[in-house]
Write a protein that binds this ligand. Sequence first.
Ligand SMILES: Nc1nc2c(c(=O)[nH]1)N[C@H]1C(S)=C(S)[C@@H](COP(=O)(O)O)O[C@H]1N2
Ligand SMILES: [Mo]
Length: 391
Amino acid sequence: MRFKILILFLFSFALLSCNTEYTTSNTNTEEMVKAEGKDEMILLTERAPNLETPLHYFLLDYTPNEVFFVRWHLANMPKEIDEDTFKLRVGGAVGKPLLLSIKDLKEKFKPYTLSSLCVCAGNARSFFNPRVAGAQWKNGGMGNAKWTGVKLKDILEMAEVNPKALDVAFNGADAPPLAGVADFVKSLKLPHAMDGEVMIAYEMNGKPLPLLNGFPLKLVVPGYYATYWVGMLNEIKVYDTAYNGYWMKKAYTVPSGLINGNENHDSLAKKTEPIGKMDVRSIFVSPEPNATLELGENNELNGLAFDGGDGIQKVEISSDNGKTWKVAKLNPSLGKYSWRRWKYKWKPTQTGTYKFMVKATNIKGETQPPHQWNRSGYMRNEIETLELKVK
Ligand SMILES: Nc1nc2c(c(=O)[nH]1)N[C@H]1C(S)=C(S)[C@@H](COP(=O)(O)O)O[C@H]1N2
Ligand SMILES: [Mo]
């Protein structure tokens, strides 16, 4: 099968107007875009392609591939991949290096399916106060999907991995556009890579991955931020020594030992470490901010809660700016690495403006802070507010 992408990566919006493959329109203040293989999404940047999922899709349990968020760092990602000739190379500290085709992965290994949320470390960065540099995501830099593929453990075992090795590094077919820019490579500690949950997906929601989501192979690291979910994965290299590449040591690091990735703006943390597991978070999905509700009518608020895989214990809602809290109803679990949908019934008895808040707590008792900030805008999980009007 040949998967082709027709997006033209354009430098200016002036050019955009005469291009039919990549059409944009403006709704509210958001620039909407329809990229090849995708439905209308919110455009953050074109080069590299960064697209955000419109919030209303989060009323679904699983995020459709056509609107699943897109995040690339390097501008010249391949625009075409031939599945028949694509190979995954497994080498480094292994007894038996491998060169695997997609067919090999489908035929030589036991298929494995897992539901998991994929959340960009910088999701919701635009809400940080003071503001921080980087892609200005609202809440749409995430999605939930059913991933099908092969356990990484099975591949590393077939390659006879050195059991004393330290790190396993993952590289995709995208390459730096300029000399001096570091190739996007991520690594995991060997025990994590061998945990039987980390997998290599060739399907997303029962279909091949869209090219823009890393076709034909994506590393799935359940409970860990999406920066580890290397797309167009074509090389796995095992290291006997610590892997210290730019994208592990410099980029995607958070203050060491501080909970919720929090640090003080006026005295930044001295030590940092690679970002890891997702912290506890909850968001509102509907109604839309500043919606007007009718006095005396039954309303339902909807949203999501999630963490790094321990599981959500409860979601609490406040309708009075945090003075009092009531428990929301949780939908059935979709699996410990998926999000948990919640609903909250509310009948307004007075007109005016209401400031709602949502706060999740996980099984371990970890919860969300009233204020959170760090220099890179990662791991956003400050308690979210939603203003609603009643007339
Ligand atoms: N090869 C490659 N894989 C990558 C990236 C990248 O730039 N190149 N970006 C990572 C980051 S930061 C995120 S948030 C996720 C986004 O996955 P998606 O584009 O399928 O939403 O891919 C990850 N995998
Ligand atoms: Mo990301």
